[in-house]
Ligand binder design. Structure first.
Ligand code: NAP
Length: 276
């Protein structure tokens, strides 16, 4: 078993994820895994980094596929005895002009952005070693979507006692309400992406709380963040930040020094804790 520290970035064959891997290859003292659901696209990205003189390792990971997540978990357990840095970056968004029915957008978006990310956390968080760093890439859109929720939903999503099971039930209810065409009446905003990222931010708050309770003294720090508005296939060429600039806050959180006690359980943008 290798004693070398190890970092994993989900959805990192392109966009912000690839820029996070690039920065970690330079700054993280250990092995960095670029992961992708498509091995061809993943290997191509590794080759691109190699041409830049950077060494990333590749492992397949489709966060929609529990078998794929568990294969990565078993590999990390066997080869490294755990995990030091996890960046949950993989995500999807329908384009604004996409005419796919809202109910389908809700189901598909929540499946990857919330349920897929949660499954990765369920399988990989137990492997995170003392002083580990976990970063869940959310979005400022989650804050805006929260403000458009009914007062009852806002109160639940801001609660310091909401459980992971309650959050999962709420996310499933949103998909069901969208299918029944009653999501607005039930207090949800008109954005599947926004609700999925509310899920990611609230999940991060819950997981950080659990780490503090159940693994106190292990110095693990877990946060959600917004990378900013970044020029990628998702956001398009008009966005204000380059992928490298978008990677700055996730990388800052992934490399918080070992004597840091904060931020933890926060939503961070431009390296600054944001109100939730
Ligand atoms: P992107 O260029 O579209 O890249 C998304 C990455 O996620 C791709 O590598 C994609 O792989 C991967 N992915 C999608 N579904 C996956 C799955 N089921 N399993 C594994 N990987 C999967 O988007 P981006 O702009 O870099 O976004 C990265 C993260 O930042 C997302 O979570 C996004 O919501 C968030 N974000 C972006 C912005 C922005 O302005 N760009 C703003 C706020 C937050 P494929 O190549 O196989 O599709």
């Amino acid at each position: 078993m290798s004693s070398v520290p190890v970092a994993v970035v989900t959805g990192s064959n392109k966009g912000i994820g690839l820029a996070i891997v690039r920065a970690l290859c330079r700054e993280f003292q250990g092995d960095v895994f670029l992961t992708a659901r498509d091995p061809g696209r993943g290997q191509q990205a590794v080759a691109q980094l190699q041409q830049e003189g950077l060494k990333a390792f590749f492992h397949q990971l489709d966060i929609d596929d529990l078998q794929s997540i568990r294969a990565l978990r078993d590999f990390l357990k066997e080869k490294y005895g755990g995990l030091d840095v996890l960046v949950n970056n993989a995500g999807i968004a329908f384009k604004v002009q996409d005419t796919t029915p809202f109910a389908i957008q809700a189901e598909v978006t929540l499946k990857t952005n919330f349920f897929g990310t949660r499954n990765v956390c369920t399988e990989l968080l137990p492997l995170v070693k003392p002083y580990g760093r976990v970063v869940n890439v959310s979005s400022m859109v989650s804050s805006r979507a929260l403000q458009s929720c009914s007062p009852e939903l806002q109160q639940k999503f801001r609660s310091d006692t909401i459980t992971e099971e309650e959050l999962v039930q709420l996310m499933a209810k949103f998909v069901e309400d969208a299918k029944q065409g009653v999501h607005s009446r039930e207090g949800w905003p008109n954005t599947a992406y926004g609700v999925s990222k509310i899920g990611v931010t609230v999940l991060s708050r819950i997981q950080a709380r659990l780490l503090s309770q159940q693994r106190a003294g292990q110095h693990i720090l877990l946060n959600a963040c917004c990378p900013g508005w970044v020029r990628t296939d998702m956001a398009g060429p008009k966005a204000t930040k380059s992928p490298e600039e978008g990677a700055e806050t996730p990388v800052y959180l992934a490399l918080l020094p070992s004597d840091a006690a904060a931020p933890h359980g926060q939503f961070v943008s431009d390296k600054t804790v944001q109100p939730w």
